[in-house]
Design a binder for this molecule. Structure first.
Ligand code: ADP
Ligand code: MG
Length: 438
C-alpha cells in the first residue's frame, strides 16, 4: 500500500522528496481509521510530520479511499527502546542518557560568513535544514580557533529549535574517551554504548585526538557504524583532513570521507573586521570600523579566538580607564599581539639577527669563506634582504664583499627552493623574522 502512496505522492511533491522522505517510511499497522507509520528515526519522524503528513493523509483519504482519521508516526528505535528499558529498569542508571552539551551562544546568527568559511557554513546550514543523509558524515576541518566548534553547535541549536525532541549530542573526542574510561572502570559499557547509539545527531568534535587511542577508536568505530547504518546524522571536526591525521586508523578515515569534507580557512582582513564588528555589537562595545580594521590588519594571529580576545582586552582597558576605543589605545594595549610594521628593517638589522642566530662573526659572513657553517647563514641573510628590503641583487652583492649578482641570485634561489620542503628551514626563517620585527 505504501508503494501506492509513493506513486501518488509524486504528483504532489518532487520525486527527490519522495525518495528522501517518504520511501524510508514503512506502514506498521492499519486498522479501521488508524494508521501507524514507522520512520527510521526521529529525524525522519519530525521532518515527515512537519512537512509531509498532510499530503500523505490526503492521499490515503482521497486517492486510496482509506479513511485515515489518525496517522501515528513512530520510530523504529522507539519500539526497540521500550523493550530495552523494560529489561534494565531494575539496574540503577547513572550514565546520563540524554544531555545535549550544546552551548546556546554558538548560533548561526552570530557567525560571520565569508570566503574563508562559506563552504563549511553552507554544509552546516544544509544539515540544520534537514538534509540529513546528503552530507553524512559531514567532516569539517581547519586550524585552531577558526569556528569549527561554533558551527557544529549552531547546527545542533538550530535543529533543536525546529525539532525540540530530537536527540542531539555534542561531545569532544577527549570527553568521549574520558567517559569511556570511567564506563569501563564502573562496568557500565553497555550504558555507554546505548547512550551514543540512541542519538539522532552526533556532533563529534576534534576527532583527531582519537588517533593512537586504540580502545576509544574501537568504540567510536562501532558507534559510527551503528549511527551511520541507521541513517543518523554525524558531524565531525578535526584540525586536518581525514587522510592527514597521523596514526588514525584507515577504516575510520575512509568512513570520514563517505560524506562531505568541508574546510575552513583563516579569515581575510575583511572577514576579521566583520567578526570584530559583530562581536562588538553582541557585547555592546562601542567599536569604530576604523579601529576594527586596524586590529584586523595588524594582529599577528589568524585565530578568531585570539582576535576576539584582543577585542575583550581592548574594551576592558577602555572601560577601566574611561578612555574611548581608538587606534592609539589599541596600539597601547595590544602592543605584544601586533605586527610591528613601523619598525624599520635595514641591512644591518638583518646581518645582526643572522649572525646572532647562527653564532657567526660578521666578518666571516662578509668574507669569501665557503664552508657550510658560514655559507648557509650567508645565503639566508641574502634571502632575507631580498624578501624584506626589496633591494637589487647587486646591492646585496656589495654588502657581501663584492659578489656578482648571479652568485647572489643563485644563493637566494637555493634558499627559496629548500624552503618549499625543509621544515627546519621554515622554522628558522620564522624565528629570524620574529626577531627582525622585535
Ligand atoms: P575551533 O573549534 O575551530 O577551534 P571555535 O569554534 O572554538 O574554533 O571558535 C573560536 C572562537 O571564535 C569562538 O568564540 C567562536 O564563536 C569565534 N568564531 C570563530 N569563527 C567565527 C565567525 N566566523 N564568526 C563569529 N565568531 C567566530
Ligand atoms: Mg573546536
Amino acid at each position: 500500500i505504501w508503494e501506492e502512496v509513493l506513486k501518488e505522492a509524486k504528483n504532489h511533491i518532487s520525486e527527490q522528496e519522495v525518495n528522501t522522505w517518504l520511501k524510508p517510511i514503512k506502514v506498521g499497522e492499519l486498522r479501521g481509521d488508524f494508521i501507524q507509520l514507522i520512520a527510521p528515526n526521529r529525524l525522519y519522524k519530525n521532518w515527515f510530520e512537519e512537512k509531509y503528513l498532510n499530503v500523505v493523509k490526503k492521499i490515503f483519504n482521497e486517492t486510496l479511499s482509506i479513511e485515515a482519521q489518525t496517522i501515528q508516526v513512530v520510530t523504529k528505535s522507539s519500539t526497540k527502546q521500550k523493550k530495552h528499558t523494560a529489561q534494565t529498569v531494575s539496574s540503577s542508571v547513572t550514565i546520563d542518557v540524554y544531555t545535549t552539551n550544546l552551548n546556546k551562544q554558538y548560533t548561526f546568527d552570530n557567525f560571520v560568513v565569508g570566503n574563508s568559511n562559506n563552504f563549511a557554513h553552507a554544509a552546516c546550514m544544509a544539515v540544520a535544514d534537514g538534509y540529513f543523509h546528503t552530507y553524512n558524515p559531514l567532516f569539517i576541518y581547519g586550524g585552531v580557533g577558526l569556528g569549527k566548534t561554533h558551527l557544529m553547535h549552531a547546527v545542533g541549536n538550530r535543529l533543536l529549535e525546529k525539532f525540540p525532541k530530537l536527540r542531539v549530542l555534542y561531545i569532544s573526542s577527549e570527553n568521549f574517551t574520558n567517559e569511556m574510561i570511567s564506563a569501563l572502570k564502573s562496568k557500565k559499557m553497555d550504558e555507554f554504548r546505548e547512550k551514543y547509539r540512541k542519538v539522532d545527531v552526533l556532533l563529534f568534535d576534534d576527532v583527531q585526538f582519537l588517533a593512537g587511542k586504540q580502545r576509544s577508536t574501537e568504540e567510536f568505530f562501532y558507534t559510527f557504524n551503528s549511527l551511520y547504518d541507521s541513517q543518523k546524522q554525524i558531524i565531525l571536526t578535526s584540525d586536518k583532513t581525514p587522510a592527514e591525521i597521523p596514526e588514525m586508523e584507515e577504516r575510520l578515515t575512509t568512513r570520514f570521507a563517505w560524506g562531505l569534507i568541508a574546510d575552513i580557512q583563516p579569515p581575510s582582513v575583511e572577514e576579521k573586521t566583520a567578526i570584530l564588528m559583530k562581536r562588538a555589537e553582541l557585547m555592546n562595545i562601542d567599536l569604530n570600523e576604523k579601529v576594527a580594521l586596524f586590529i584586523a590588519e595588524n594582529l599577528k594571529s589568524d585565530n578568531v579566538r585570539e582576535l576576539i580576545g584582543a577585542l575583550i582586552r581592548l574594551s576592558a582597558y577602555s572601560s577601566f580607564n574611561g578612555e574611548p576605543i581608538t587606534i592609539e589605545l589599541a596600539k597601547k594595549t595590544l602592543d605584544r599581539f601586533l605586527i610591528k610594521k613601523d619598525k624599520i628593517i635595514t641591512f644591518d638589522t638583518i646581518l645582526k639577527v643572522v649572525t646572532e642566530y647562527f653564532n657567526v662573526k660578521l666578518s666571516e659572513l662578509k668574507s669569501k669563506k665557503r664552508t657550510k657553517s658560514i655559507a648557509y647563514p650567508r645565503q639566508i641573510a641574502m634571502y632575507l634582504m631580498r624578501e624584506k628590503l626589496n633591494c637589487s641583487l647587486s646591492e646585496i652583492g656589495e654588502i657581501f664583499g663584492g659578489r656578482d649578482h648571479s652568485t647572489v641570485l643563485h644563493s637566494i634561489n637555493s634558499i627559496e627552493k629548500k624552503l618549499k620542503k625543509d621544515k627546519e628551514l621554515q622554522e628558522t626563517i620564522k624565528i629570524l623574522e620574529k626577531s627582525l620585527y622585535n
